[in-house]
Design a protein around this ligand. Sequence first.
Ligand code: GLU
Length: 417
Amino acid sequence: MPENLDQFEIAVAQIRKSAQILKLDSGMVDILTKPKRELTVNFPVRLDDGTVKVFTGYRVQYNYSRGPCKGGVRFHPNVSLNEVRALAAWMTWKTAVMNLPYGGAKGGVIVDPKKLSRDELERLTRRYTSEISIIIGPEKDIPAPDVYTDSQTMAWMMDTFSMIKGYSVPGVVTGKPLSIGGSEGRGEATARGAMYVARAAAKTRGIDTGKATVAVQGFGNAGSIGARLFHEELGSKVVAVSDSKGGVYNPNGLNIPELLIHKEKTGSVANFQGSKAISNEELLQLDVDILVPAALENQITEKNASAVKAKMVVEEANGPTTPKADEILHKNGVLLLPDILANAGGVTVSYFEWVQDMQSFFWSLEEVNNKLESLITKAYNDILPISQKENIDMRTAAYVYAVKKVVDAHKIRGLWP
Ligand code: GLU
């Protein structure tokens, strides 16, 4: 039977696996495998040519046993309710892994933002925000950027929510520009966190990051900054990167600063001087030390997992590896650093931003990065012994660690009424 690639079914299977190890009863498993609250919105947007188009969006609040819901908003043509559910579940475990006082949520709009003008995108963002404004807020649910949304999107969301309220509410979203209550370091936080985790794990694996070769799939916020940090801060040799339009490969190492300029100019990494074209599929199978999936879900599956030659996989994307692929990688001795740990730097600095907004007192970049490093390194150091003791892969260990925290919070609060 071919592997089931439905993201929410994958998310549920991951919860069930850890629930078995934690010996949770069926009532608790029932609670953990269902989203708490879901909102679907169909809303009209006026396009530049004067016509009106109706878009569909979602906001799923998966679980808030540990605090207000938290999670990004994605604009992508393949967004679906089940994808948003899965992403919201993963946020629940991610915030628990990092010990942030949050639950998990996610939002999405079915749209290809590349086909809209800036004005259309602004109107779409504002109308979506007003539609979900009934369930978001600094003490309820705090959105942030995700695939194809950025600090400008967050500025529009913050402004729309504030206009509805009649006063400025900076804490309603994170990932904002600095000028309206954003945090130093938020822009590169996802990639920076992944770098800290990769560095810690490389040490335990005897990989010298200063000599390591790296391939990065995806060149958005996580992937492009990830490639730069591996290159600049760890001195690794980034030999391949790709984006939705194609990939580039140079066994002697790509010049990352120049590649960033090339991407800025042309909109893609493709056709970068001195490199060879490579497909996304080929990139995943390169003989490198570290593979960084930083794009979308379901990239490493039962079909290609046995062809992965990397010693370490660092999941900057959410859900890039399927459960069957997890098993194959583990069996082959590939160390996988799971999304809910490896890419948790983004939501961690989002948390710092929210705290700074609440206090109206802002921190230096150094303070932000130091706090991020200590929190994410602690999470790695807490999860590693679970994986060693139980002889399980790092994803399952991270789930055991995170799910237990959510269960404990649920139990101590009690079941109402
Ligand atoms: N979208 C990011 C993630 O998947 C960040 C979420 C946030 O900052 O709330 O973790």
